[in-house]
Design a protein around this ligand. Structure first.
Ligand SMILES: Nc1nc2c(ncn2[C@@H]2O[C@H](COP(=O)(O)OP(=O)(O)OP(=O)(O)O)[C@@H](O)[C@H]2O)c(=O)[nH]1
Ligand SMILES: [Mg+2]
Length: 344
């Protein structure tokens, strides 16, 4: 299915039912008085995070979700039935905002979590409520109040523990294929990956983490070059970024250090929090060089970048170094648990 991470929907809660005008009429009971019941409450609209939904593709065509109207009240002081609530299902990780005001209404991070987005209208009063000492036969009842209406912007930000980052062709998809069951396409041309992929990396019994592979970034991505930087939002909830660098680019004129700087610059342009996130360098495609040469180039890259953080040499193609990388990532994640409420 097509991956869609932004959508809009209209929601409209049900109107309240109208109040009833009715009088008690029973044999042998004169002046029975009013007995019209209130209208029922209109159904509200909620947005709810559900498991097993990975994209907002269902909402590519704008849809309206309506709560049911409340029923009218009836005689004998019967309140009308309330309208049924309605739930708009969304993937876990969806941020819900009001499209018009831009206000963020909620961030659904957990399965089953729901958010009230349009409240049902109250039912109108039945004539019983209008009874007073001066008016014992009120012929008046309230109309139900209209349900709330809103236009919503939905934005999915995938929830992954670690994100892959790098130029096109750095080998991101190859790596996620090597360490998880995810099967994104791999090819020797740039922008093979057109949307994010998630993979579960299992490290041992009961120990695993979720990795996100996103499309490659190029210089000017913030201004829309290549596939742009909109996919970077899917890295915002990760705790660790793995920055892949091709140690032996096809074109020897391509300088891996320049490439790495480009990536950092684009990260900064996207959001400060992303640029400040823990990031490790992963020097990839070491199988293309003899081990000594690969070491030498890795050292050179680290020196020129003044790199002090962790650095790994791997080959996604042969799997060399991948086990060590997996273990180190797992240890890092275990020592940096996700806060109960991750920042959006
Ligand atoms: N020799 C060798 N080739 C690799 C390695 N990793 C990836 N490749 C090759 O590099 C090319 C690009 O790999 P991908 O995994 O598609 O790269 P990507 O970073 O996902 O690229 P985009 O999705 O376009 O951003 C493919 O031809 C891969 O076969 C590696 O470790 N060694
Ligand atoms: Mg790819």
């Amino acid at each position: 299915m097509k991956f869609v991470d932004e959508a809009r929907v209209r929601v409209q809660a049900g109107n309240g039912g109208r109040g009833c005008v009715s009088f008690r009429r029973e044999k042998f009971v004169p002046f029975g008085g009013p007995d019209g019941g209130d209208g029922g409450l209109g159904g509200s609209v909620y947005v709810k995070a559900v498991e097993g939904m990975n994209t907002l593709a269902d909402y590519r065509i704008a849809r309206t979700f309506k709560g049911q109207n409340g029923e009218g009240g009836s005689g004998n002081d019967c309140t009308g039935h309330g309208g049924a609530d309605i739930y708009v299902p969304v993937p876990v990780g969806t941020v819900v905002s009001d499209l018009i005001t831009g206000e963020q209404l909620g961030d659904l991070m957990q399965e089953g979590e729901s958010l009230l987005v349009a409240k049902g209208g109250k039912g109108g009063w039945g004539n019983t409520r209008f009874k007073s000492s001066t008016n014992r036969t009120p012929r008046k009842a309230g109309l139900g109040l209209p349900g709330e209406k809103r236009e919503l912007a939905l934005e999915l930000k995938l929830i992954a523990d670690v994100g892959l980052l790098g130029l096109p062709n750095a080998g991101k998809s190859t790596l996620i294929r090597a360490v998880s069951a995810a099967r994104p396409k791999v090819a020797d041309y740039p922008f093979t990956t057109l949307h994010p992929n998630l993979g579960v990396v299992s490290v041992g019994p009961g120990r695993s983490f979720v990795m996100a592979d996103i499309p490659g970034l190029i210089e000017g991505a913030a201004e829309g070059a290549g596939l742009g930087i909109r996919f970077l939002k899917h890295l915002q909830r990760t705790r660790l970024l793995l920055h892949l660098i091709d140690v032996a680019p096809l074109d020897p004129a391509d300088d891996p250090v320049e490439g790495a700087r480009t990536i950092v610059a684009e990260l900064k342009k996207f959001a400060a929090d992303l640029a400040a996130k823990e990031r490790w360098l992963v020097i990839n495609k070491t199988d293309l060089l003899d081990p000594k040469e690969a070491q030498k180039r890795a050292k050179d890259i680290a020196r020129r970048l003044r790199w002090k953080r962790p650095l790994f040499l791997i080959s996604g193609a042969t799997g060399a170094g991948c086990e060590e990388l997996k273990q180190a990532v797992m240890r890092f994640l275990e020592s940096h648990p996700r806060e109960s409420r991750a920042a959006s």
